[in-house]
Design a protein around this ligand. Sequence first.
Ligand SMILES: Cc1ncc(COP(=O)(O)O)c(C=O)c1O
Length: 450
Amino acid sequence: MQTQNLNTPDALWRPMTQHKTLISNRPKHIVKGEGCYITNEDGERILDGTAGLWCVNVGHGRKELAEEAKKQMENLAYVNPTMTSDPAVELSEKMLKMMGMEKGHVYFTSSGSEANEVAFKIVRQYHLQAGNTRKHKIISRHRAYHGNTLATMTATGQAERKIGYEPLAPGFLHVPPPYPYRKHPKLTIEEHGEECVKFLEDTIIYEGEETVAAFLMEPMISGGGVLIPPDNYIKGVREVCDKYNVLLIMDEVVSGFGRTGKMFGHEHWGIKADVFSFAKGMASGYMPIAATVVKEHIFEAFYGETTELMHFRHINTYGGHPVSAAVSLKNIDIVKQENLPANAEKMEKYIKNRLSEFADHPLVGDIRGRGLLLGIELVTDKDKKTPVSLAQANGIIQNCIKEGVFLMRNGNTVPGLGNILIMAPPLVLKENEADQIVDAIKKSLNKALN
Ligand SMILES: Cc1ncc(COP(=O)(O)O)c(C=O)c1O
């Protein structure tokens, strides 16, 4: 390929961006953040309707987190991860307690992708050490995002994200998730839940239960389009997993730490997984940190006589980083003290109530979500549920930005269905800020009709 003289605004290779679009439209740098707002280099304030990438749960500009980082950095900025620091130990214990787990163990990494990758390796090695030598397959769901590494991208159920990177990792399968808005019209919501549980059970049976290690799911699919399961679904999944000795991995990377109106997303259904992955809201994006939490019986499989498989052969330079752990502890204090899950629940009601003002708008197919993880499915025909085109969806988002509100849609996910506008602002959102989001969407949708 010939080298071109490319005219890009700077040397930064941005994610998910065709850089040609930047030539005439250089993105303004963001220079400050405060509460729910970010400010660009021209001094324009933008309401951050996605809390960064759905992670700045406590809002921007928290001085107490900066102070905590400084204090920890001055004391001990880094330690070899085979050694131990006070913040890492304290954080592991705090997380178990918050999750109501009397016992268990916590493995720290730096991103949600790594937390899921660690989960895959743990479940495979666990089964091997427990004598189930063929249990290695991991089943996940279409539409869900689980990360950007080769294995987590394979587990991701979004065909468009995989273009250019195949062949991916072997040993992964997908089943359809519940999607109440697009369920078969003859099924009740409960029957739809049962149907989706059966997809999982049938897949385990057809693959051979002795080959299936784990089922991976988010409590509610977030980046894949805000899909909330029927109430009977997760209970059914748990039963199937127990029946076939398949471990349940719950990806709480987005839903953890208050986002959905409870401290953890799975609490909506009272079902415990065997393995959990966390990131984003753990330190509200102030420092990179992630965790894989396992029930004690899984950890115990790594606790026997020393053989080549009796320890977890995995290490990452920044796992259990003392500064990240210290900031995460302080962040958790803020989430609890300010009761941010409750505020997320309160704001969900407020926003849904305001959104109901234009539920009959011709482009609004469905309004859904829990806490401050909300979606609007945009359609051009309400009866046929025809999704709006990507150009239309992008236009609506651009108009929201012009109104001073940054929102996203599910992008590069599944063919033809990039039509869900996603709201996930910081959990400190107030009513007047929620109004600003809703007003921007309303104006933007009306503009799209003209
Ligand atoms: C549900 C879910 N799991 C995992 C990840 C991967 O996290 P990270 O981007 O920190 O690697 C994401 C990222 O958006 C996510 O939404």
